[in-house]
Design a protein around this ligand. Sequence first.
Ligand code: SF4
Length: 456
Amino acid sequence: MTLTEKILARASGKARVQAGENVWVNVDVLMTHDVCGPGTIGVFKREFGKEARVWDARKVVIIPDHYIFTADSMSNRNVDILRDFAREQGLPYFYDVIDDPNGHWQFDASQGQHKAQYGSRYTGVCHTTLPWKGHTRPGEILFGTDSHTCMAGAFNQFATGIGNTDAGFILGTGKLLIKVPETMRFYMEGAMQPGVMAKDVILHVIGDIGFDGATYRAMQWEGAGVYGMSMDDRMTIANMAIEAGGKNAMFPCDQKTLDYVNERTKENGTKSEFEPVELEKEQSFVYDKVFDLSKLEPTVACHPDPGQRKLAKEMGNVQLDRAYIGSCTGGKTSDFLAFAEVVRGKTVKIDTFGVPATTKVVRELKDTQWGGQSVWSILESAGVRMTENASCAACLGGPVDTFGRLNTPMKCISATNRNFPGRMGNKESQVFLASPYTVAASALTGRITDPREFVS
Ligand code: SF4
């Protein structure tokens, strides 16, 4: 069996499963956020009754992160609905925007977007929060009401996005009926060259198979090249499985995975027992291809979908209006450090926005010193408009006052993961997806730029 099949077999109490089979699985974690949480709660109450209790309060994780720092009253209200539900159900893993469990969230636009407006429990983007707070564990099943839930596949976890109806059902039962996906194997050899990042790897692969090339399939990553990658690199790759239509991403579990997970579960007092799934000799794949990481170059996905692959070096004639770094895919500390490496001591030529994925990233960028200056201040000195309000922000557009939103037609190069028309706001805009290195180099020149001009 493949890694995905092994997890689904275990979760459904069977010795074996095969692709195409429908199985009932027991859920280890259900995650929801401010956009889909209220709908999920509505389904749960309608189907299980007003007085119903969730199947297991310790397995429900609620993370407000999408439309948070906006004066839009309906968005603010969504956070209040989550708070009421978490209080009613006694949910320990609700990462509220404010500290008062009986309070109301209201963004104060008069304070601007720069300074933090959140309490001590707020974390930021859900997919980056889940591993940080010790909710991603090898061998387990995670469902989330968000398509990029597949990011947790980096941790040898079966993780996928579901709709509000399925999530409401899980809240009441802890189970879900799921079709076992076929598995595609991506076998990585070699190592990435300077100037090339994990984002280039996944953009290359999606360019190869197309933005629907993995529809309802597991994308399993193997090979020495994968073991050489950091957990952040694996997260970037797993995150974008859905951009090829993938059901889930799946990485093997190694010492790096164990060290990461053990540290986070211990730090946060979350469940620390888990059982990874190991690679078997006998696996059946619907696609199997070897990639040489050393041959990859800085890559860009052009408008209007993540499969429109080109090399950054071929695109120097594309003039840009904006650069953006942020999101679950591209707003991790390592992403900002790569970005800062390029812009340090220089000045960006176009409007450039930086949105850390989590409040931990904000802290780390402020605490990391390079030559007596914090990375945060290096970024600001280069002209990057940074916000302390970690969230999804303009990754998915959001209300018109969202930080970094494309409110008029423009060309934007972005470290995010999705570029369908209108994704970051205006429907006439064009979004080019690229690595933090490429976004930084392009911000300096005002046109799409191969970062190897700046990174040796
Ligand atoms: S940062 Fe973007 S991709 Fe990630 S969860 Fe938020 S909206 Fe979705």
